[in-house]
Each structure stands twice: as C-alpha cells, then as structure tokens.
Design a protein around this ligand. Structure first.
Ligand code: NAG
Ligand code: NAG
Ligand code: NAG
Ligand code: NAG
Length: 194
C-alpha cells in the first residue's frame, strides 16, 4: 500500500511539475548572474525533457506566421520557396488539438534556405509562459527539412532556469493542410543545464 502511495505521489510530481503554476523567472541583476556563475563548480548538471506542440498558423484572420521577405519573383522563381523569410510567434501547447492549453510561444524567424528541397533555417526562441519554466527561454538554431519524418535541431542556449543549456529538439509534423499550409508539429526537447 505504502509503495503504491509513493508511486502515485512520485508519478504526480513527475507528470505535473514541469508545467505546474508554481514559480516564474524574472531576469536578475548582473551581480546575481555573476554569483550563479561563481557557483558553477559546485552546481549539478540537470537533464530536462519537454514535450509540446507548435502551431504554425499561416492562414486565417490571426496568423502567427507571416511572410516578411521574398525574392523578386519576376527575376527569380523557386520550387522550394528559396529566399522567403517568415516571422513567427506561434503557440506551444500541451496537446496537438486547437484550443489546447498554451505553455509558451515559439518566437523568431524561419527562412527557406534550400534550393533542393523545402529546407528551413530555424532561428527562434521557445519562450515559456507557464509553470516552472515561465519566464525562461531556450534558443534553437537549426536545419528543418519539413517533409522528412523526424527533424533534429540544436538547442544552442537558454536563459532563466535554462542558463547554459544545450541539447536537441526533435520535431515531427502531426498535422498539415496542404491548401492553407497550416501545420501542427510535435516537439521533444532534451537539454542539459544547471
Ligand atoms: C522586380 O524585378 C523587375 C525586373 O528587374 C523590376 O522591374 C521590378 O521593379 C522588381 N520589383 C521589385 C519589388 O523590386
Ligand atoms: C492556431 O490555430 C489553432 C487551430 O486552428 C487555433 O486553435 C489557435 O487558436 C490558433 N492560434 C492563433 C494564435 O491563431
Ligand atoms: C508567468 O509569469 C508572469 C510574470 O511573472 C506572470 O505575470 C504570469 O501570471 C505567469 N503565468 C503563469 C501561468 O503562471
Ligand atoms: C484544409 O483547409 C481547407 C481550407 O480551410 C479546408 O477546406 C480543408 O477541408 C482542409 N483540409 C483538411 C485535410 O483539413
């Protein structure tokens, strides 16, 4: 019985802590950042795994992905949209369905950077707005050939609880409408940090 309770309590903590509404992080003064760095030799490295869904809302009245630049199509034409640049501020949600609980935003830029296939240069931040990671960010810079099953992008840094983070974001398209080009992608993010 005791074992069952311990299991249930642990299960509850593991499942609910990542996005539970406990803390939020606000940027600190440079002195306290310096102190944090001074502590590094005795700080323990942590491994954090996150899973959420990104909504690439291109169509509709409130798009969160907007084109901001493209080559002059009268002088340059491309099957792969080469040269087009999009700015994004897309919701990150707990589940794939529309209206699922929002835990953050993906904010930044993606550029159609491949002449050969639809291949995006992703440069954006995961900006978390909920629970333990509220106020913290992770920065992604990577290659995203969106029609491949899995894509793997480096997480090159972070802020807040994710200071000095590095890791990998693996993504997979779960839903894509070829007419509207709206999409939902699942992200698994695994990062080392302190
Ligand atoms: C696109 O290129 C054509 C041909 O050189 C030029 O006439 C036109 O002004 C260009 N359009 C833009 C928006 O630069
Ligand atoms: C994105 O699209 C989903 C599905 O249509 C919708 O539920 C959600 O509200 C949209 N978000 C934004 C910011 O437009
Ligand atoms: C996240 O943090 C901000 C700033 O501290 C706060 O205003 C907001 O209510 C927090 N959101 C949640 C869901 O805890
Ligand atoms: C894609 O979007 C179009 C336009 O909104 C809609 O008519 C169509 O049913 C959608 N297709 C799928 C597979 O959801």
């Amino acid at each position: 019985m005791v074992k069952v309770w311990i299991f249930l309590i642990l299960h509850f903590l593991i499942i609910s802590i990542p996005f539970s509404p406990v803390h939020s992080y606000t940027p600190k003064d440079p002195k306290s950042v310096e102190k944090w760095f001074d502590n590094l030799p005795v700080s323990k490295q942590k491994l954090t795994k996150l899973r959420f869904f990104y909504h690439d809302n291109v169509s509709g009245k409130n798009p969160s992905t907007v084109p901001v630049a493209q080559p002059n199509t009268s002088t340059f034409q491309s099957q792969t949209n080469f040269g087009q640049v999009e700015v994004i501020d897309g919701p990150l949600t707990v589940g794939p369905e529309p209206g699922s609980k929002i835990v953050g935003r993906a904010q930044g830029i993606y550029t159609f950077a491949s002449l050969e296939e639809i291949g995006l240069l992703m440069s954006f931040n995961f900006v978390f707005t909920n629970g333990k990671f509220n106020g913290s960010t992770l920065s992604v810079l990577g290659h995203n050939p969106v029609f491949h099953k899995y894509r793997e992008m480096p997480v090159v840094g972070g802020s807040g609880v994710f200071r000095l983070a590095r890791g990998i974001a693996t993504t997979r398209t779960v839903w894509f409408n070829a007419t509207t080009v709206d999409a939902v992608a699942e992200y698994h993010v695994i990062v080392l940090h302190y």
